[in-house]
Design a protein around this ligand. Structure first.
Ligand code: G16
Length: 557
């Protein structure tokens, strides 16, 4: 950095002092905290985004959101050139930068990092960061802080994409770096064209008529509901009734996190909806779960991320089988695409058993899309989902290129054959489902297309396997970072002794399984328990909560 750049940065940084007594960390999905504490962090992440853009000579994304968290929280995360999460190798520096207490040490740290990463500032081509935010009231001020961070370094361009879903911003970053027009309209066009294509190739027959044309969606009073309203007139057969579209408090008694954890009907749903196919998005529309209201109750039957994954896996496996052609070898196709699924410890044990019975390779990673995405990218078709509804399907470039060529060949040699239709469906899925990150909207359209293809009601889908009863609780402790885990978060290595205590408790319950981990988005330790019946799962979770309090001490709420 030359003198001029240093003094410009110094000047900007002095306007964003770190709040006294705060410690920030780049958690499961970027920085999250009470919004009033975040301006300095967002400013610094702006600088980081500009540096990443200069280094990669590509467009980077910066999203202001705290997703499923309370409305008073906010957060910031970066999208790398591929549209995926910021490379994990930059996370430690993001932590250091966010916590550098005075502007001079900030400049020093930046200088050292620029040298270490070999980032050439002089003569660097124009860099650009795309900015997005969700509907939180604090978003506007924080976006301003981000812009100042971005432009303070070499006058990098900050392009404001407005209020968008998190996956839309990730999609735009990916699109722009591939030379595709990065507009919201283009995002919808690509998604809906592929959706209609999947509908066009539904086998003729009566079964698809069994599928209700009505879907009710809980928009979590966030950005996703509004966006769905924009497209719902373009869906052909499907009528979507969008509720919780921004009139109530974001994520409060609504949204995918509430529905999945509490298993209760969200606000504005009731007895009249019993049995109907319903879906719920989270605050920034990167999570999706389905459910139906149980008659005469305020409870729901949940169709979670694991079941979405299973539905996708079933459909894609079948398309690959048909594409490969009959076993006799006459029309057998040469490319054997690898298909793998990725889950976390939160995946219901019954779902993992089901996927393995289907003959699929199941890999486990720690919580966080960044981990699942990386693993899924190792397959030709990698499907990843967290039970909370976060996930997508990734297609490898090699497989897609081959598929394009094969599709052309099939369209001249055996147009409209089963093989040709399977190729077309796979191509449509790859264009429909967001390749950058988990996306509730594109996930929803894929679920809808597959249910219609199979002729399945939500009830039939839910019967794929029966979930083991489970309970998830959160515990406020003195310092959640004292919990250190290994083996994809299934084993605690610190504090000493707690894992043995958890194991002893779990052994008391038939089919018992339990783990704890520190949340990376909230100041809590999460406890997950599974057992042969609901009462046992509840009891196991509660006893482990007591162990956590005993070993880690009560925290203030
Ligand atoms: C984020 C991550 C998810 C993760 C969730 C909860 O979701 O993107 O991968 O499952 O946080 O993480 P934790 O248990 O560490 O709090 P979202 O929807 O909040 O962005």
């Amino acid at each position: 950095m030359n003198q001029l750049q240093q003094s410009a940065l110094l000047d900007a940084a002095s306007r964003f002092p770190i709040p006294a007594g705060s410690k920030f960390s780049y958690g499961t999905s970027g920085f999250r905290a009470d919004a009033s504490l975040l301006e300095s962090t967002v400013f610094r992440v702006g600088i980081l985004a500009a540096l990443r853009s200069i280094q990669t000579r590509s467009v980077i994304g910066l999203m202001i959101t705290a997703s499923h968290n309370h409305i008073s929280d906010n957060g910031v995360k970066l999208a790398d050139p591929s549209g995926g999460m910021l490379t994990q190798s930059w996370e430690p520096f993001a932590d250091t930068l966010a916590n550098a207490s005075d502007p001079h040490s900030l400049i020093q740290l930046l200088g050292d990092f620029i040298k270490k990463e070999n980032i050439i500032l002089e003569g660097a081509p124009a860099a650009e960061v795309l900015l997005g935010r969700d509907t939180r009231p604090s978003g506007e001020t924080l976006l301003e802080a981000a812009k100042q961070g971005i432009t303070s370094l070499m006058g990098t361009t900050a392009s404001d994409m407005g209020i968008v879903t998190t996956p839309q911003l990730h999609w735009m970053v990916r699109a722009k770096n591939k030379g595709i027009e990065a507009t919201e309209l283009n995002y919808y066009n690509q998604m809906l064209t592929s959706f209609r294509c999947l509908l066009d190739y539904i086998p003729k027959g009566d079964s698809s008529k069994n599928v209700s044309d009505k879907l009710i969606v809980d928009g979590a009073d966030g950005v996703g509901g509004e966006k769905l309203e924009n497209v719902k007139t373009r869906l052909g057969y499907l009528t979507i009734d969008v509720r919780n579209c921004g009139d109530g408090v974001l994520n409060e008694g609504v949204g995918a996190d509430y529905v999945q954890k509490e298993k209760m009907v969200p606000r504005n749903f009731g007895p009249a909806d019993a049995g109907m196919r319903c879906a719920s998005l989270d605050g920034d529309a990167d999570r999706l779960v389905y459910f139906y209201v149980i008659s005469n109750s305020n409870k729901i039957d949940l169709v979670d991320g694991d079941k979405i994954l299973s539905l996708f896996a079933l459909f894609l496996k079948e398309q690959l089988r048909v594409l490969n052609g009959p076993e006799d070898g006459k029309t057998n196709i040469s490319y054997k695409a690898s298909l793998g699924v990725v889950q976390t410890a939160y995946a219901n044990g019954a779902s993992t058993d089901y996927l393995k019975q289907m003959g699929l390779e199941v890999v486990m990673t720690p919580t966080g899309v960044k981990h699942l995405h990386e693993k899924a990218a190792e397959y030709d078709i990698g499907i990843y989902f967290e039970a909370n509804g976060h996930g997508t399907v990734l297609f490898s470039d090699a497989f897609l290129s081959w598929l394009e060529i094969t599709n052309q060949e099939l369209s001249s040699t055996s147009k409209d054959s089963d093989q040709h239709k399977a190729a077309l469906r796979l191509l449509a899925v790859s264009r429909l489902i967001n390749q950058a990150v988990g996306d509730a909207l594109s996930g929803l359209f894929l679920v809808e297309a597959i249910l219609k293809h199979m002729g399945w009601s939500i009830h039939k889908w839910n019967e794929l396997y029966q979930d083991l009863p489970s309970r998830q609780l959160k515990v406020k402790v003195v310092d959640r970072t004292a919990v250190i885990t290994e083996n994809a978060e299934t084993k605690v290595v610190s504090p000493a002794g707690i894992q043995e205590a958890i194991d002893a408790e779990t052994d008391k319950y038939p089919k018992g399984r339990c783990f704890i981990r520190p949340s990376g988005t909230e100041d809590v330790v999460r406890v997950y328990a599974e057992a042969s019946n609901q009462e046992a799962a509840d009891d196991l979770a509660k006893s482990v909560v007591r162990l956590v309090e005993q070993y880690l001490g009560f925290g203030r709420s």
